[in-house]
Design a protein around this ligand. Structure first.
Ligand SMILES: Cc1ncc(C[n+]2csc(CCOP(=O)(O)OP(=O)(O)O)c2C)c(N)n1
Ligand SMILES: [Mg+2]
Length: 694
């Protein structure tokens, strides 16, 4: 067999595995794998530096399949390259990541060939994709990370980090706003290590793109500042390879390759139609396709002789050699630069440097206090100096979010200053979320920030962070009505509930400056969960921790902050954030009137839910049914803690534009209100309007 014939056989193996898997599963997307098999073949077998033996080798090229519905491309190539599996502790397991059995069980429970690419479930998947646009946007974070890592760790003769990032996307990805945000920033930053290949097939689910997508995509990317190339035939391997050669020579601009393709290539009845997109071809059409490829029509899941060996001789040999060279290089690097080498190794395991939390401030009691965002700013500036690879920024609200790192030498990340630790995302919250994910997938410790209200604009990426089990951090300030005059467009209501509803996401709303610090202490030690930190704009009294319980209780999600002498409450006030000091004030008043009140500070439902039943019962004593939750957010969900006989002082409407004090009065966020409700619950007062409203 000639080389060319072998290549064609390998490409058709990708195609037919994809076709057979979708047919077997009776669901999935065959058309795009059929069209893009030559592209995937070229990237993997001829271009990428990736060692299937070690899919987490730090200097590997990254591959992102942003059009995640074409997942069979990834399962096929991971299988054919015999990429090995690693576990969540980054240990290599020796077995293959995706077996032929997995592919036979495409989209079935427990198969390592799920519907869409899932990071953390399948080794070799660099990021979870499926929500269109996320993959390409995330790839920008990966490219930023490479630039930052190269600048920090490379030395003369030691190119420890010099990898590229390849992302493949379709019409859908480029219609989504998030990709535009990310593309704009990628060009601004001059990310010449980044390449997006656009599968220009003129088809989406509803039919031809002419019904909805008629802009000049190339001109758009040129205008952003990308280097735009076009390959007019998706089956032309030489041209595809040539385009990547140009990418490698291009400086200071990312590269965008428009690849004209035919969805369902080879299918006599479905090629170039939306029918090839989202359903199995059908038995008869499958046979016709195989005939067109010169494939045995009655064979399924066939990997012809020589195909595994062909990939082993291509990406296998090239990747092994590249990794071997790098491993030797790194050994020499370790001798010359032991500290830098140690940092790189810590980072790979998501560990922190020794004494990462030294100099974290402790705030003295202060009735005037300090804003959550200000305490956070102090913590960030300490942590970023202790942890070199802890970095981040805001979507143009740094001065408001107090997320700017302003210590000497922190610097701004720009194309000409890849050392900078302050990332400027611009007003691009959604891309910020995805880029933060990309940075984290590259093992940096990143944070992104904006007003809590605009978490809506980043939510899809935050959700993926949680799904991927990434230890990212999202800092959201202006957490409630503190910025009163801005009015209801800026006042979060349902946002806490919405964050709390995302599985595996740790949401924290600390009640004073020391709780903010403890929140950071908790967050920084996470390995597999993202965190959302919800902070006040306005000063919150710093509680006297000699009088009240220590802020270290934050690590348990909720804790008894103030209690009755015998730890024997008749009413429990539960609060988070700015309402904690309100609850404490109410507590003082109740105690003065002889009512046995307890205050529970509850910065995090998520953390609390993970405590033992015994601990939870010690905080929320089961037989105390007089419970009041106080939170400047939707009442939605608080029933679980106050029970049927409790009461929630919260929001059931949008807010309003007015000074904070007036809003607090209007919506009942005042200590006297809490006192009244407590008495009502205990049957010690007349039923009031407030109680009826709550
Ligand atoms: C954010 C988002 N919206 C909608 C979908 C559902 N969806 C999956 S594929 C697809 C069409 C994508 O068209 P294109 O990217 O051109 O892919 P092709 O059919 O050409 O492979 C849609 C709407 C999705 N996965 N993500
Ligand atoms: Mg398309």
């Amino acid at each position: 067999m000639t080389d060319e014939e072998m290549t064609q056989l390998a490409i058709n193996t990708i195609r037919t595995l994809s076709i057979d898997a979708v047919q077997q599963a009776k669901s999935g997307h065959p058309g795009t794998p059929m069209a893009l098999a030559p592209l995937i073949y070229t990237i993997w077998n001829r271009v990428m530096r990736f060692d299937p033996e070690d899919p987490i080798w730090p200097n590997r090229d990254r591959f992102v399949l942003s059009n995640g519905h074409a997942s069979m491309l990834l399962w096929s190539i991971l299988h054919l390259t015999r990429t090995k599996a690693v576990n969540a502790n980054y240990e290599r397991l020796g077995q293959v990541s995706v077996s032929l059995e997995d592919i036979r069980h495409f989209r079935q429970l427990d198969s390592k060939a799920p519907g869409h690419p899932e990071y953390h479930w399948v080794s070799g998947v660099e990021t979870t994709t499926g929500p269109l646009g996320q993959g390409v946007a995330t790839s920008v974070g990966m490219a930023v990370a490479q630039k930052w890592l190269a600048h920090r760790y490379n030395r003369p003769r030691f190119n420890i980090f010099d990898y590229n990032v390849y992302a493949v996307c379709g019409d859908g990805c480029l219609m989504e706003g998030v990709s535009s945000e990310a593309a704009s920033l990628a060009a601004h930053l001059g990310l010449d290590n980044l390449c997006w290949v656009y599968d220009n097939n003129h088809i989406t689910i509803e039919g031809k793109t002419r019904i909805t997508f008629t802009e000049d995509v190339e001109a758009r990317f040129l205008a952003y500042g990308w280097n735009v190339l076009r390959v007019g035939n998706a089956n032309d391997l030489e041209r595809i390879e040539q385009a990547f050669e140009i990418l490698h020579k291009t400086k200071e601009r990312p590269t965008f390759i428009v690849l004209d393709s035919h969805i369902g290539y080879g299918s006599p009845h479905k090629q170039d139609t939306a029918a090839a997109h989202g359903e199995p071809l059908g038995e008869d059409e499958v046979r016709l396709c195989k005939r067109a490829y010169g494939w045995p029509e009655d064979k399924t899941f066939l990997v012809p002789e020589g195909v595994y060996e062909h990939f082993a001789a291509g990406i296998g040999a090239r990747g092994a050699e590249a990794r071997r060279k790098w491993t030797d290089l790194f050994a020499a690097y370790r001798t010359e630069y032991p500290d830098a080498a140690t940092e790189i190794e810590l980072m790979q395991r998501r560990d922190l440097p020794a004494s990462w939390d030294r100099n974290l401030p402790v705030f003295p009691a202060d009735p005037k206090g300090i804003a959550g965002r200000d305490a956070s700013g102090k913590a960030l500036n300490v942590l970023a100096q202790n942890i070199p690879w802890f970095l981040g920024g805001s979507a143009d609200l740094g001065p408001s979010n107090k997320t700017t790192l302003n210590y000497e030498g922190a610097g701004d990340f720009q194309g000409d200053n890849p050392a900078g630790k302050n990332l400027h995302f611009g007003i691009r919250e959604h891309a910020m979320g995805a880029i933060v994910n990309g940075l984290s997938l590259s093992k940096l410790r990143p944070y992104g920030a904006t007003f809590f209200i605009f978490s809506d604009y980043a939510r899809p990426a935050i959700r993926l962070s949680a799904l991927m089990e990434l230890p990212t951090l999202f800092i959201f300030t202006h957490d409630a009505m503190g910025d009163g005059e801005d009015g209801p467009t800026h006042q979060p209501i349902e946002h806490l509930a919405s964050m709390r509803a995302i599985p595996n996401l740790v949401t924290l709303r600390p009640g004073d400056a020391n709780e903010v610090i403890e929140a950071y202490r908790y967050i920084m030690q996470l390995h597999h969960e993202p965190a959302v930190l919800v902070l006040s704009r306005q000063p919150l009294p710093t509680l006297d921790r000699k009088k009240y319980a220590p802020a270290s209780g934050v690590a348990r999600g909720a804790y008894v902050l103030a209690d009755t002498p015998g730890n024997d409450p008749e009413v429990i006030l539960i609060a988070s954030g700015s309402e904690v000091s309100l609850a404490v004030e109410a507590h003082e008043k109740l105690v003065a009137e002889g009512i046995r009140a307890r205050v529970v500070s509850m910065p995090s439902w998520d953390i609390f839910e993970h405590q033992t039943q015994e601990y939870r019962d010690s905080v929320l004593t089961p037989d105390v049914t007089a419970r009041i939750a106080i939170e400047q957010a939707t009442t939605f969900g608080w029933e679980r803690y106050v029970g049927r006989r409790g009461c929630v002082i919260g929001m059931k409407t949008f807010g309003a534009s007015a000074p904070l004090k007036e809003l607090q009065r209007k919506f009942g966020f005042e200590p006297d209100q809490a006192v009244t409700v407590a008495k009502e619950l205990l049957g010690k007062a007349q039923r009031s309007r407030a109680f009826a409203a709550a």
